[in-house]
Design a protein around this ligand. Structure first.
Ligand SMILES: [Zn+2]
Length: 399
């Protein structure tokens, strides 16, 4: 990509010239070449390192209740579904990232009847609308993965396998998969590995005839083996864990312990989902000295849940960079992790459910949120307090 070549060139020039500003770079380059001319009549240009960058976002639980798919059906005018309205306010935001990831909490298929809590099934238009929104990486491993038994697994795998080639999904495993089930994705010169695990499947055991299964967070030997292989095969390992306690901002010891283990085994970014509410994030130092980052819970994306704290989610954003030098050595870096607050809004009676970035969510709209029928304290101040009480300021994107 031109932008990256320009970046690489700038970095090379900066390293040679040790200064910033285009004119002074040229001036210095001229000085250097005249100096080197006096030493050697034919200077060979210094080979440039190649710099690859990927901006990444991760979004929490996309939890599709019946009220959501009924609204989408009405919006489509009687045939099919249209979920695009729910995400329209985030379209520009996601358009600014090279790779967008989401936890798809409910099974998406074109074949099963739609259904809601407690055993969800979501119309296939959802995945296509998320694709149009810019989502390319999907986690399918969570407490609802077994909601529709073996048929649900078979149908959702067929659905995701039928999506465009640039879709990556992880979280359903079987013994036939290459690379022990580690999902690899090339993105703008960087190789990513994706793995997804869940703590629970709501007490539903793995269906005996299932063609694929989840891996539970308790299966640490299996996870260690996958993460170590992922680290060998990729530049960056992204692991999602559907873990923790629902409606709790408290990070459990189990979450902390597994996050550190994942980092030690080779994970770079750990994305936590499931509590439906936000939790804090932190840098971790792995055994080999690498820095890994964990966001313990991103909270919800779209949902028709009923509690104020379930209306506030976080989008994790981070930058990945790989510098490849002419001598084949490389440097990898992950930087600027941020948590961008998001609001799931509905009008009275759960109508017109849709998402906003908090920075685009005005106080007068907050005061019309349908949730205020039961929780009149919900407003922008409530949201800001919730954020500052639970997320370190250094990671929180102000809004
Ligand atoms: Zn869940």
């Amino acid at each position: 990509m031109n932008r990256r070549k320009v970046t690489a060139l700038c970095l090379a020039v900066l390293m040679l010239a040790g200064c910033s500003g285009k004119e002074s770079q040229q001036a210095n380059a001229e000085t250097e070449s005249s100096v080197s001319q006096s030493v050697s009549p034919t200077p060979t240009p210094e080979p440039e390192p190649e710099v690859y960058q990927v901006s990444f976002s991760a979004t929490g639980d996309n939890l599709i209740h019946d009220v959501l798919y009924r609204q989408a059906q009405r919006r489509a005018g009687g045939s099919g579904y249209d979920f695009s309205f729910c995400y329209d306010n985030l379209r520009e935001f996601y358009g600014g990232y090279d790779l967008n990831w989401i936890n798809q909490e409910t099974l998406v298929t074109d074949t099963l009847e739609p259904s809601s809590y407690p055993c969800f099934s979501t119309p296939g238009q959802m995945g296509r609308d998320l694709y149009d929104l810019g989502m390319r990486a999907f986690s399918l491993s969570n407490n609802h993965t077994y909601d529709q038994g073996a048929r649900g697994i078979a149908d959702t795998l067929a659905y995701w396998n039928g999506m465009p080639e640039d879709v990556t999904f992880s979280g359903l495993y079987n013994e036939e998969m290459e690379n022990e089930g580690v999902v690899l994705r090339q993105q703008d010169g960087i190789t990513f590995a994706f793995l997804s695990y869940t703590e629970y499947t709501n007490g539903i055991p793995t269906p005996s005839s299932a063609e694929a299964h989840v891996i539970y967070t308790s299966e640490t030997e299996r996870i260690q083996s996958q993460v170590e292989l992922a680290a060998e095969l990729s530049d960056f390992v992204i692991v999602s864990c559907h873990w923790g306690v629902e409606d709790s901002h408290q990070i459990t010891n189990g979450q902390r312990q597994l996050a550190q283990q994942l980092a030690d085994w080779g994970a770079d970014l750990i994305i936590g989902t499931h509590p439906h509410v936000i939790q804090d994030a932190q840098w971790l130092t792995a055994q080999d000295g690498r820095q890994a980052f964990v966001a313990y819970s991103l909270g919800n994306s779209l949902s028709a849940q009923a509690r104020p704290d379930e209306m506030v989610g976080l989008i994790l954003t981070v930058k990945f960079e790989k510098t490849l030098r002419p001598d084949d050595s490389q440097t990898l870096g992950m930087s600027e992790p941020k948590l961008v607050p998001l609001v799931n809004h509905y009008d009275a009676g759960y109508s017109n459910i849709r998402l906003y970035l908090l920075e685009d969510y005005p106080e007068d709209l907050a005061r019309q949120h349908g949730i205020r029928a039961n929780y009149p304290e919900f407003d922008r101040t409530y949201i800001q307090n919730l954020l500052t009480e639970n997320v370190q300021a250094e990671f929180l994107q102000a809004a």
